[in-house]
Design a protein around this ligand. Structure first.
Ligand code: PLP
Length: 524
């Protein structure tokens, strides 16, 4: 326990084998209290002059007590955040095998570009003639996204993958409204192997979500899918490569069948990094697809942001893409189409807008920097190396863990918990033991189509040495689980700053506000 009563270090366990320290620190790994708990009344990071004589106009409404914010000096603030940052696992610290999330290296060049004042310091309300360079960058990014996907329309403004899905589905709805078929088409087909945000998006728009089962190969069951088609279907939302890390082989046939019943094909392209430079989604018959710039085209992400989810559109949907968008004028200048009147003059019918302004400028800059520095051969190699690394993991671990499906994978390797059967160790315990080994766990219990899933995405940025050590670690853990070393797992993590939390209680009874300790507690 630390001074605030939170469980911290390991006391006398068989694993870890250290003792509690007086401070709660573990050598150079330092304990850190909340900022409110290190409140030091009177301390301040700046030296402000006393205000000149003034007469308060607040009468008896003037605040009597403290404002309730922590008082800390500059060194205290600096130490606080530096200590916290060192507890945060990041892609800059080590391999981050989170499946579906694509946690890969963000080149430092990206950061340099994003900080150029012409991109980093612009304001969304600046007159357009003063931000021509930024508009040109957006135009060029849109151009390359269209080029790489083989799709004629693009919108840049959505601020995450899920936001892009919403945007794409709103464009589909706008197209159905224009055809007078919005009322009659109320069903959206979503394969079981789709990302969870897909059914959530369809449901948010009021569609009935109809799940398509997966076949024994982890792909869409084609017959079951065809049986669900009908005149009331608005769209299919399909993730490709799907969340089992597999390419949907029947995708062209699926697109054809969807179009035959007058519905649209939405593809979740968050995992475009597996196919970029190799396959153009437009050639597969897709009508709308979001791309997670923060996955495929680098940008550090995690902890909820930043994200950017541009959407590309087919000929049929492009006119309904939302405001704003950038056009290039005959004289070579760039202009934002921001209003419906502008759009009408331009011959489009946007369904509305997704964001107050234009999207995530910093991420546009990082993504274009990533694309241009890789070039077309480099981007193709991104996909090839991502797939190669994942297959290396899959092949190396196939006798130690249980691969869920036969054959090679795309950018991520899926295992389930059959290898843990009878050991008393579960997927969660296995993942927690990885933390003691210095790894962020892989994605667990997702996708739902297999039991106790472990979904591993090494990405293309890991070296062979790094992947080899990771593989050796998982082999060692699997061996320990099978040879009855249960204690290594069920109490894990032993060595992290915080021990295993009661996740159920944290979800059901979250304590979201800090309260000062009562005087009785404080006196203890
Ligand atoms: C990450 C991901 C999403 C959601 O993207 P966010 O940016 O987190 O909203 C959707 N689908 C798939 C397949 C993903 O991997």
């Amino acid at each position: 326990m630390n001074k605030q009563g939170r469980p911290t270090s390991i006391a006398n366990t068989a694993h870890g084998g250290t003792h509690n320290t007086f401070t709660g620190n573990k050598a150079l790994e330092l304990e850190e209290a909340l900022l409110f708990e290190i409140d030091n009344p009177g301390a301040c990071g700046v030296d402000l002059d006393e205000p000149e004589d003034y007469t308060s106009r607040l009468g008896n409404l003037a605040r009597q007590g403290r404002i309730g914010l922590p008082s800390v000096s500059e060194p205290e603030v600096v130490r606080h955040f530096v200590r916290l940052s060192s507890k945060n696992y990041s892609i800059d610290a080590g391999l981050y095998p989170l499946g579906s999330c694509t946690m890969k290296h963000n080149p430092r060049l990206n950061e340099k570009m994003a900080r150029l004042p012409g991109f980093g310091d612009v304001h969304p309300l600046q007159p357009q003639k003063t931000v021509q360079g930024a508009l040109e960058l957006m135009y060029e990014l849109g151009h390359w996204l269209k080029e790489l996907t083989g799709m004629p329309g693009v919108t840049l403004s959505p601020k995450a993958g899920a936001h892009g899905e919403l945007c794409g589905m709103m464009a589909i709805r706008a197209a159905l409204i224009a055809r007078g078929e919005d009322e009659s088409r109320s069903r959206v087909l979503v394969p079981e192997s789709a990302h969870g945000t897909n059914p959530a998006t369809a449901a948010l728009l009021g569609y009935k979500v109809d799940a398509i089962p997966a076949n024994a190969e982890g792909r869409v069951d084609l017959e079951a899918f065809k049986a669900k088609l009908g005149p009331d279907v608005a769209a299919i939302m399909l993730t490709n490569p799907n969340t089992c890390g597999l390419f949907e082989r029947d995708i062209v046939e699926i697109a054809k069948a969807v179009h035959e019943v007058g519905a649209y094909f939405y593809c979740d392209g968050a995992n475009f990094n597996a196919i970029v430079g190799r396959v153009r989604p437009g050639d597969l018959g897709i009508d709308a697809m979001h791309i997670n710039l923060h996955k495929t085209f680098s940008t550090p992400h995690g902890g909820g942001g930043p994200g950017s989810g541009p959407v590309v559109f087919s000929e049929a949907l492009a006119p309904f893409a939302p405001l704003p968008y950038v056009v290039k004028e005959k004289d070579g200048s760039f202009r934002l189409v921001e209003s419906e009147a502008d759009a009408e003059a331009d011959g489009t019918s946007p369904f509305g807008r997704m964001t107050a302004f234009h999207g995530q400028m910093g991420m546009f800059t990082r993504a274009l920097s990533y694309m241009l520095s890789h070039g077309s051969d480099g981007l193709r190699q991104v996909a090839e190396d991502a797939v190669l690394n994942a297959n290396y993991v899959l092949a190396s671990l196939k006798d130690d863990l249980t691969p869920s499906f036969e054959g090679p994978c795309m950018h991520e390797a899926l295992f389930d918990d059959r290898f843990l059967k009878g050991t008393g160790v579960e997927t969660l315990d296995f993942a927690k033991a990885m933390i003691d080994e210095g790894y962020h766990p892989m994605t667990m219990y997702f996708p739902l189509v297999v039991h106790g899933a472990l979904l591993i995405e090494p990405t293309e940025t890991e070296s062979k040495q790094s992947v080899d050590l990771f593989i050796a670690t998982l082999k060692d853990l699997a061996r320990a689980a099978k040879s009855n070393d249960k204690a290594r797992f069920t109490g894990a993590p032993y060595m992290s700053p915080r021990r295993r939390l009661d996740e159920t209680a944290a979800a059901r009874k979250p304590v979201l506000r800090w309260a000062p300790p009562s005087p009785a507690q404080a006196a203890e």
